[in-house]
Ligand binder design. Structure first.
Ligand SMILES: NC(=O)c1ccc[n+]([C@@H]2O[C@H](COP(=O)([O-])OP(=O)(O)OC[C@H]3O[C@@H](n4cnc5c(N)ncnc54)[C@H](OP(=O)(O)O)[C@@H]3O)[C@@H](O)[C@H]2O)c1
Length: 405
């Protein structure tokens, strides 16, 4: 997928491409992946089975959600085996809402704030009253932002796929959360996002939001932190003591890439603009390189794992930074398969997926002070277009968030 251009964007959200001399799921440098996961489990409190055994969308249900012990266990998508009646909201919810929408493909100029029908939760879904929603600057260029999974057009669309808010209503059979729960989550890319007063989400994809941060900070986590976590834990299987490089360490994903890599016990270097150097070091980077200079490429440094969270990086310049047999995780587009063979490294491309267990785990890490949400800037929903347009101006580290409720 080329997440920077609509043409090459993904057809599915459940997708991982691994081109490698040695698959990241097999033996790498004499260390078996499960062994590394066990080591990770010790350092960042990663639950190794959860990290390895997260089911696909239609596979068996995941383990019972740990963070919601009072709730029933099912987090499976779609109608549950024994549907329960919808839970009535305590007060009627208006049938319309304000939302940011685009009626045709394009950039921020297509976004309009307007009154639209409020979504109604279908079987297995929760209606969430949005308090805050984070945007990803590149998302208007992703094919899935405009289509259903079958590729058909679904305009008009609502952007922003990271949400923090309150469960307002449950569809039939929705389990794992209750009306009134303060939750956060990643909204699937092939459906309307959270730049609105309400959004419907698969209930099993939601988790209790961290208690110690506000809604804007909670909304800055789901897509970006899950991407970093899945990249480094599930795909790169980063081990304690390894050398990791995060390209774009001050970006929406990069700020979590640095923190997760450091939390896993890796030695971490990051790239970014010079102005962000101190901030990124404070997140856990041991070394920082200004990407506007060539000092990293000239240094001859090599890393066990490179996470390319910079977006438009030329991969030809990245391969020499990966040690022979090392792992490169790239997020913008799947590279040609022959690249990996040519350079003798494992190259992994994947698309982040919602994951209740990982979100619950991230919430715990945030509440323990081990992961810090990073909000670059907030905009009210009414200024949603300006929020997307701010990509081209001076940027602060982290995510840009729309405040709603
Ligand atoms: N596959 C997936 O599931 C997935 C999920 C999320 C995101 N993504 C993709 O991941 C990429 C990053 O997303 P994001 O939301 O984190 O973007 P972002 O917030 O715009 O961050 C990008 C960061 O990279 C820096 N940067 C730009 N050019 C660079 C270069 N040549 N070398 C090093 N750093 C550079 C930027 O710094 P300055 O602002 O200082 O230039 C910025 O801090 C995008 O391509 C996005 O589409 C993919």
């Amino acid at each position: 997928m080329d997440m920077t251009s609509a043409a090459a964007a993904p057809a599915k959200t459940d997708q991982a491409t691994t081109s490698s001399v040695k698959s990241s799921n097999t033996k790498i440098s004499g260390i078996k992946a499960p062994d590394i996961k066990a080591a990770n489990a010790k350092t960042l409190g990663v639950k190794a089975p959860g990290a390895t055994a997260r089911p696909g969308r239609s596979a068996a249900p995941p383990a019972e959600p740990e963070s919601l012990p009072e709730s029933p266990s099912a987090t499976r998508r779609g109608p549950a085996a024994a549907p329960t009646a919808p839970i009535a909201p305590t007060a009627p919810i208006a049938p319309t809402m304000m939302a940011l929408r685009a009626h045709s493909r394009g950039g921020p100029e297509k976004l309009v704030r307007e009154r639209v029908p409020r979504p109604v939760p279908a079987a297995g879904e929760a209606l969430v009253k949005v308090r805050a929603a984070a945007i990803t600057f590149a998302e208007l260029g992703w094919d899935l932002s405009w289509t259903r999974l079958d590729g058909s057009d679904r305009t008009p669309v609502i952007p922003a796929h990271e949400v923090s808010g309150l469960v307002a209503e449950l569809g039939p059979g929705a389990r794992g959360v209750a009306v009134g729960d303060a939750v956060y989550g990643l909204v699937d890319f092939d459906r309307d996002g959270a730049a609105a007063e309400y959004v419907t989400v698969w209930a099993g994809d939601l988790a209790r939001r961290p208690r110690t941060v506000d809604d804007a900070e909670a909304a800055a986590l789901p897509l970006a932190a899950l991407t970093a976590f899945q990249a480094l834990v599930d795909h790169a299987v980063l081990a304690p003591g390894e050398r990791a490089l995060v390209l774009g360490g001050a970006g929406g994903v990069g700020v979590y890439g640095v923190q997760v890599a450091a939390g896993l016990g890796a030695w971490v270097a990051a790239t970014g603009s010079a102005a962000d150097a101190e901030f990124v070091r404070a997140l856990g980077a041991h070394e920082f390189f200004d990407y506007t200079t060539d000092d990293l490429e000239r240094s001859g440094a090599q890393f066990d794992v490179v996470l390319d969270a910079a977006g438009a990086t030329e991969l030809e310049r990245v391969y020499p930074l990966v040690r022979p047999g090392g792992r490169l995780v790239t997020l913008a587009a799947p590279p040609p398969a022959e690249d990996a063979d040519h350079h003798g490294v494992a190259v992994i491309f994947f698309i982040v997926r919602p994951d209740h267990d990982q979100l619950a785990h991230l919430a715990r890490l945030v509440d323990e002070g081990r992961i810090r949400p990073v909000v670059a800037r907030t905009f009210p929903l009414a200024e949603g277009r300006a929020a997307f347009e701010s990509a081209t101006g001076p940027r602060l580290p982290g995510k840009t968030v729309l405040t709603v409720g």
